[in-house]
Design a binder for this molecule. Structure first.
Ligand code: KIV
Ligand code: ZN
Length: 514
């Protein structure tokens, strides 16, 4: 077998992933995810879209100053203002990439951009030429590439490579591709474009028809792509993007067929999945490949029996290979500060100061008083909560008491602070959560629409903490709030207040597809 070539893993959780409605993240949250991506040895981290908002700009800048091993990338439309902004945000990075794009399909050019193909051609060339003034690592994407005319694609891609684009990313923007066709389009492009060997070819697939991973792998095997763009948990617009964990584990587990190397430390996959789900509020479905709660669980007697006799009867990967620690009890009430700190290190969590470690440890002690076994998942959630409380927030949960009885209408009394000033309120509702939300609304009058309310047990057992996600919509904005507590009504109050805090933050951002 020929020596294995490397597939570059380009993660866009912080950019395309963040475009999922409600998945917006704060700067600190993005930094935590970027650190985890670096720990996982992702080759390129697309940290955001610098011109989209002040918040995106600041996040990319901060990540550029922190990440050392991965290339840090910013998206930019194909214009000088966007590109200059990307270059400014990336300035502190040791290794940086500017990723510029413009739509190339007849539909997008005519209806969205209102530009002729010749204008798009000129703008793409100028954008790449301009981006090369800031870095010699420039990626170009023909947006809606898979619905574009092949002759036009050949013309524009040859020109941008001649201008210095070092990566060409063939975007299946609307998830229209079919593996064989998508792979063959890429193959044709590479064969027809005379200077195609001067660029690395990349795949970027959306999952509208559930084929993003298959299309990406076809792009590699048929089309000759050597970079895959993907996100943790497949997060992304609409049905999401290619899931990083799925392509990476497919390439590793079926190396006999694919014969490629990937530089990813797969044991960091589950921690990354949990972190992203925890921060964005997008729960992972239990039967999700690789990172779902059931991915390594065997329920049927025949399977259990087989696995006990010989593991590989029903398992093609080992849970520990992807970093699944099977709800290990890690700490308890008697654990000291050093043991707690050590566990944070093992989980790859670095807090900013000793004061933050002390505050997190105090929360841990509080939780350990109410819950005898503390799992890794509890610690991850507790630290997230702690870090959230450092961000400027208007509303903070203080206390709650609630009464419900069969045949009676539940009542909740909630205490929370508004800009540091404590307030009390009472509400009734169809159930305890409804009563709690009504109580909070009697003071905040947000009028937001609740789009989603979900409760997940963080670990197993009835003493597990409930993790609640509340998705709110108001004036065209959608946000997710999260809260965790052994009492799910308290967790709901925290989640509701956290969503209201996000609605308060004024940051507006552009969508790159605009
Ligand atoms: O899906 C898409 O076309 C994109 C581009 C900006 C690369 O995300
Ligand atoms: Zn995309």
């Amino acid at each position: 077998m020929a020596a294995a070539e490397k597939i570059i893993i380009f993660d866009t959780t912080l950019r395309d992933g963040e475009q999922s409605p409600g998945a917006s993240m704060t700067k600190d949250e993005k930094i935590r995810i970027a650190k985890q991506l670096e720990r996982m040895r992702v080759d390129v981290i697309e940290a955001g879209f610098a011109a989209a908002s002040e918040g995106d700009f600041e996040s990319i800048k901060a990540i550029s100053g922190i990440v050392k091993d991965s290339i840090v990338c910013s998206l930019s439309r194909a214009n000088e203002r966007d590109i200059a902004r990307a270059a400014e945000a990336l300035a502190p990075a040791e290794r940086k990439r500017i990723h510029t794009f413009i739509a190339t399909s007849p539909l997008h050019m005519e209806k969205k951009l209102r530009m002729t193909p010749d204008q798009v051609f000129e703008q793409a060339k100028q954008a790449v030429r301009f981006a090369r003034q800031f870095t010699d690592d420039v990626e170009f994407s023909p947006e809606d590439g898979s619905r574009s005319d092949m002759d036009f694609l050949c013309r524009i891609l040859e020109a941008v490579i001649a201008e210095g684009a070092t990566t060409i990313n063939f975007a299946d923007t609307v998830g229209y591709g079919v593996p064989e066709l998508y792979g063959n389009m890429l193959k044709n492009l590479r064969e027809r474009i005379p200077n195609s060997d001067q660029a690395i070819w990349s795949v970027h697939c959306h999952n509208d028809l559930g084929m993003a991973v298959a299309n990406s792998l076809a792009g590699v095997m048929i089309g000759g792509a050597r970079q895959i763009e993907c996100t943790i948990n497949g997060l992304g617009e609409r049905a999401g993007n290619t899931a990083l964990e799925e392509v990476v584990m497919a390439l590793r587990t079926r190396k006999d067929y694919f014969n490629f190397e990937v530089g990813i430390d797969a044991t960091q996959i589950v921690p990354a999945s949990k972190l992203v789900s925890q921060i964005t509020g997008f729960a992972v479905q239990p039967n999700k490949a690789i990172v779902g709660a059931n991915a390594f669980a065997h329920a049927s007697g025949i399977h259990q029996d087989g696995v006990l006799k010989a593991r590989d009867t029903y398992e093609i990967m080992r849970a520990e290979d992807v970093g699944l620690s099977a709800n290990k009890i890690v700490l308890g009430k008697l654990s000291g500060r050093n043991a707690f700190k050590q566990r944070l290190d093992d989980l790859g969590i670095s807090l900013n100061s000793e004061a933050e470690v002390n505050a997190a440890f105090a929360r841990f002690k509080e939780l350990a008083d109410r819950k005898s076994d503390i799992f890794d998942e509890d610690i991850i959630s507790l630290v997230s909560d702690e870090q959230q409380s450092h961000e400027k927030e208007c509303y903070r949960f203080v206390a709650l008491s609630q009464h419900s009885e069969t045949g009676e209408r539940p009542v909740a009394q909630v205490v929370f602070s508004i800009d540091g000033k404590e307030t009390r309120c009472e509400g009734q509702g169809n159930g305890p959560v409804d009563a709690t939300v009504n109580a909070i609304e009697s003071i905040t009058h947000s009028g937001a629409e609740l789009l989603l309310f979900s409760v997940n047990a963080i670990t197993t057992g009835t003493q597990a903490q409930g993790e609640v996600t509340m998705r709110l919509a108001k004036a065209g904005r959608i946000v997710n709030g999260m809260g965790a507590d052994p009492d799910i009504v308290v967790a709901s109050a925290k989640a509701y207040l956290s969503a209201l805090n996000k609605l308060q933050s004024k940051s507006e951002k552009l969508n790159p597809q605009l």
